[in-house]
Design a binder for this molecule. Structure first.
Ligand code: UT7
Length: 316
């Protein structure tokens, strides 16, 4: 996590808000903001993961980056991380699945590991959402934070299960434009008329209520379906580690699934919404705290722009 910590009360200086509103509507108390490029946050997380696993960077066969806030249109964040950590035997690329990025990457990693040629995959999720946050809009600026996490995945003894979905008709509820990269002298200027409204900035545009409704449907569906694939019931899960968007979304989904909030891992109060980095940041905290134990059923569930959603079920 970046060092700068900003509390709810600090937002009173820039927008008409209160700690009471933010904490009761979202569960967020503080978030971290970074002054570093996204890829460098990702590289730090990748180095920490390699050290923790005592893994030589040259053993990594593939790096999958997940981010909606890459510093460059190209190269990918994954390639920049590869160069920084010296993973010279890896192939590297980013995927774009917004807040579901980590879940999508874990599904992909598991399928590629099954093939046999790739033995170690590093998933790096890094987000500097403050780059695409409009700090004059109180309904969104209080939600987001920056952060990064990485994990190294190998083929294990028990299978991983996954259930991934997208609904491309719902893109307009949560989107951000790329910055204009200059006009083409050979063709007339075009607009995105008929697509998502062109905003004045490239900040995140969000219909909070629609995202809320979608998320509270998507999360229970993804968890139930991935459990069905594994032949277990949601009550048998030891942990659900959800995308950290709003504590009320997690509570509503837990209720729909008939699961106690004690089994929902949540660190949103300290870190806010860090998009694709939120699940692995929370997973790392749980792991370091010794709360993830061998043999436990751990379900990772994400949802976000696209719309995308999905769950991965692992036997820890
Ligand atoms: O990764 C996915 C990213 N996005 C999300 O997860 C967002 C999902 N949506 C949500 O979490 C919630 O919809 C929000 C937290 C964004 C909003 O909560 P809400 O309970 O749906 O509030 P609301 O939009 O109905 O707004 C209620 C009131 C409004 O005032 P009026 O019209 O009732 O006078 C807003 O203007 O709260 C006002 N409001 C605020 N007041 C103080 C909106 N933002 C703030 C704020 N401080 N920061």
């Amino acid at each position: 996590m970046p060092e700068t910590v900003v509390a709810n009360d600090d937002f009173k200086r820039i927008v008409d808000t209160s700690d009471e509103w933010i904490s009761t509507r979202t569960g967020i108390s503080t978030r971290h903001f970074s002054s570093e490029p996204t890829w460098r946050m990702g590289a730090k997380a990748a180095k920490a993961a390699l050290e923790q696993g005592k893994i030589d960077p040259e053993e990594i066969d593939l790096i999958i980056g997940t981010t909606i806030t890459n510093d460059y249109a190209t190269p990918s964040m994954a390639c920049l991380v590869q160069g920084a950590v010296g993973a010279k035997n890896a192939r590297a690329f980013d995927i774009g699945a917004a807040c579901s990025g980590f879940v999508y990457a874990m599904d992909l990693a598991s399928r590629l590991l099954a093939d046999g040629e790739i033995r170690k995959v590093m998933v790096v999720s890094a987000e500097r959402l403050s780059k695409i946050t409009d700090f004059s809009r109180r309904e969104s600026c209080v939600l987001f934070g920056d952060g990064a996490a990485a994990c190294i995945v190998e083929k294990g003894d028990s299978p991983a299960y996954s259930y991934l979905k997208s609904d491309g008709t719902q893109g307009g509820m949560l989107y951000a434009h790329n910055p204009d990269r200059g006009a083409n002298p050979f063709v007339p200027e075009f607009s995105l008329e008929g697509e998502f409204p062109e905003p004045e900035s490239h900040a995140v545009q969000m219909d909070g209520k629609e995202v809320y409704k979608f998320s509270t449907r998507a999360m229970p569906e993804a968890v139930s379906e991935v459990c069905r694939k594994a032949g277990i019931s949601p009550e048998e899960l030891d942990w659900i580690i959800p995308h950290q968007a709003n504590i009320r979304i997690m509570a509503t989904a837990a209720k729909a699934l008939g699961i106690s909030m004690e089994r929902i891992a949540a660190n949103i109060s300290r870190v806010g919404n860090t998009s694709s980095a939120s699940i692995p940041i929370c997973m790392d905290e749980m792991n370091r705290a010794g709360r993830l134990l061998p043999g436990q059923w751990v379900c990772l569930v994400g949802f976000g722009a696209g719309a995308t959603y999905g769950a991965v079920l692992l036997r820890w």
